[in-house]
Design a protein around this ligand. Structure first.
Ligand SMILES: C[S@@+](CC[C@H](N)C(=O)[O-])C[C@H]1O[C@@H](n2cnc3c(N)ncnc32)[C@H](O)[C@@H]1O
Length: 235
């Protein structure tokens, strides 16, 4: 018994722990711990730093107003939903303002958020998921459709770009079907050869389209957002 113990200890001593410096998880941890938005998100009770991207877009362009109906696509863990709920007063926390509605969907689980209708574990690209959203709209039209959807990265840049562009078009097609005239649309993508075409296609339906890169979007990331305003309506 004691022999096997000492053998084990010898073995432990000879094991060298490899440094994880330079590994992607090490870089991620270093970046997270030095990122002011991560700290700010914790202090302000947002589920993740992404909240600041929507806050910045809304502070600049005023797309969210009390009483509006918002669809949040790719909502997990939920920070955009938290922002939308407050800005459209979906939780009725301001009794002086009209109450809005927020419907949030994600492939992954979303923990409940007071004031939001949560559709977790649902793939937005599936027709039955979109039918569910329409049921929850209960005859209303959307004033704002926001999509922060991102596919799981494969590491093959062209394929990742194709996958996110596909999600953008699914969101656009849906937004066009269910939006009120004058509505807004925000969609996240990674800047690529298809950005211009997507912008052109959004402008077929929205009077004003512009690319936006919030300060809280990491400068070393290809992430940008396209913002469409003044939905022209379907004739
Ligand atoms: C960057 S995260 C969204 C973060 C979120 N906006 C927030 O502030 O908490 C991207 C999300 O898109 C979701 N997603 C990707 N493809 C999807 C799909 N087909 N249907 C629904 N959600 C999808 C992922 O599951 C992931 O949670």
């Amino acid at each position: 018994m004691s022999r096997s113990f000492s053998t084990t200890m010898k073995h432990f001593k000879s094991v060298k722990i490899k440094s994880s410096k330079g590994s992607s998880s090490h870089q991620w941890l270093t970046r997270q711990s030095s990122d002011p938005y991560v700290e700010k998100a914790k202090l302000m009770n947002y589920r993740c730093r992404s909240a600041f991207k929507l806050l910045e877009i809304d502070d600049r362009f005023q797309i969210l107003r009390p009483g509006q109906t918002v669809i949040d696509c790719g909502a997990s863990p939920g920070s955009w939903t938290q922002v939308a709920v407050t800005r459209v007063n979906a939780d009725a926390s301001n009794s002086q303002s009209p109450q809005g509605k927020v419907i949030s969907i994600d492939k992954q689980h979303i923990y409940p958020i007071n004031g939001a209708t949560i559709l977790g574990n649902m793939d937005f690209t599936e027709p039955q998921s979109q039918t569910k959203i329409i049921e929850y709209l209960d005859g209303r039209k959307a004033d704002v459709v926001i999509s922060d959807m991102a596919p799981s990265a494969t590491g093959v840049r062209d394929l990742d770009n194709d996958n996110i562009i596909h999600l953008c078009y699914v969101a656009l097609r849906f937004a066009v079907q269910i939006s009120e005239t004058g509505a807004s649309f925000v969609v996240k993508l990674w800047q690529c050869g298809q950005t211009k075409q997507l912008e052109t296609d959004i402008s077929r339906f929205y009077g004003n389209v512009k690319p936006v890169k919030p300060n809280s979007s990491r400068s070393d990331s290809a992430e940008i957002f396209l913002l469409g305003r003044s939905f022209k309506g379907l004739k």
